[in-house]
Design a protein around this ligand. Structure first.
Ligand code: ATP
Ligand code: MG
Length: 246
């Protein structure tokens, strides 16, 4: 059972060390952070400052060395791998620098795949719930056609990713990120592979997901020009956060 909470993401005194080759490297120190719906948080920091590590912790891909991480009010590090996978399938969306679309599937199929994973996860979670409750949950999921129209890619639905421009690929990836109606979107350098104008289009789309759809969006980047689109900017220096609100 997923509990509701005012914060979508909550970190309390989180630290992260990487251990390997007889060495321990501290990457993040004592990070406390909260993200709410309708916020676009920009996480700025130079290469190697720990931005991807932060996003991996939030998504539960890696464990904190110290501190607590909650998603939607739940302590995710107490979750089993299956439960965590279900939470991601139902409530998280990801956008990456290199898009990570599946080249052997069409645009439409790439998006449909996320909905299929969500359907499986919902079935699993839905054990014990009534059919009516499960049906209600699915009402809000956007249809693939609506998503394609919204992102101006309806004409590309039968194409394969290698047949798209970089900017088009990222728009497909953003449509995919919300195909499960994700309330939390994690974007790692989403504009870094794009020309400046395409990059601005992408950050605008991400901002709409926050402000118009009431989702929480966290964008990691080293590009300070994105700050004007953010509702809040957090800077990572020497493993610590400095936060500035709009
Ligand atoms: N799995 C790992 N094992 C050991 N060290 C790691 C691992 N992943 C990352 N690091 C180290 O942790 C630090 C932070 O890495 P991270 O990828 O989080 O930085 P980043 O801010 O995302 O950088 P970039 O802007 O280049 O993507 C780096 O010094 C990196 O070498
Ligand atoms: Mg990174």
């Amino acid at each position: 059972m997923i509990m509701e909470d005012a914060f979508v993401v909550e970190l309390a005194k989180v630290s992260k060390d990487y251990v390997g080759g007889g060495e321990t490297t501290r990457v993040l120190t004592d990070i406390s952070f909260q993200a709410s719906p309708a916020e676009l948080t920009l996480l700025l920091g130079p290469s190697g400052s720990g931005k991807t590590t932060f996003l991996s912790l939030v998504a539960g891909f890696t464990q904190p060395t110290a501190g607590d991480i909650r998603l939607f009010g739940n302590d995710i590090h107490r979750y089993s791998a299956t439960k965590l996978a279900a939470l991601r399938a139902l409530r998280l969306g990801f956008v990456f620098q290199s898009f990570l679309l599946i080249d052997s599937l069409t645009v439409e199929e790439n998006i449909e795949l996320v909905r299929t994973f969500a359907r499986f996860a919902r079935k699993r979670e839905g054990r014990g719930r009534s059919g009516e409750e499960i049906a209600r949950g699915s009402e809000h999921r956007p249809q693939v056609t609506e998503l394609l129209d919204r992102f101006g890619i309806a004409g590309l639905r039968r194409r394969y990713p290698p047949q798209l421009s970089q900017g088009e690929r990222q728009r497909v990836a953003i449509a995919r990120a919300i195909a499960n109606d994700a309330q939390l979107i994690l974007a790692d350098e989403p504009t870094a592979s794009l020309h400046a104008d395409q990059g601005l289009e992408v950050i605008e789309l991400l901002k709409h997901l926050a402000t118009e759809d009431n989702r929480s969006v966290i964008v990691a980047s080293h590009d300070t020009r994105l700050a004007e689109y953010a509702t809040r900017t957090v800077t990572l220096t020497s493993g610590r956060f400095k936060s500035v609100r709009e």
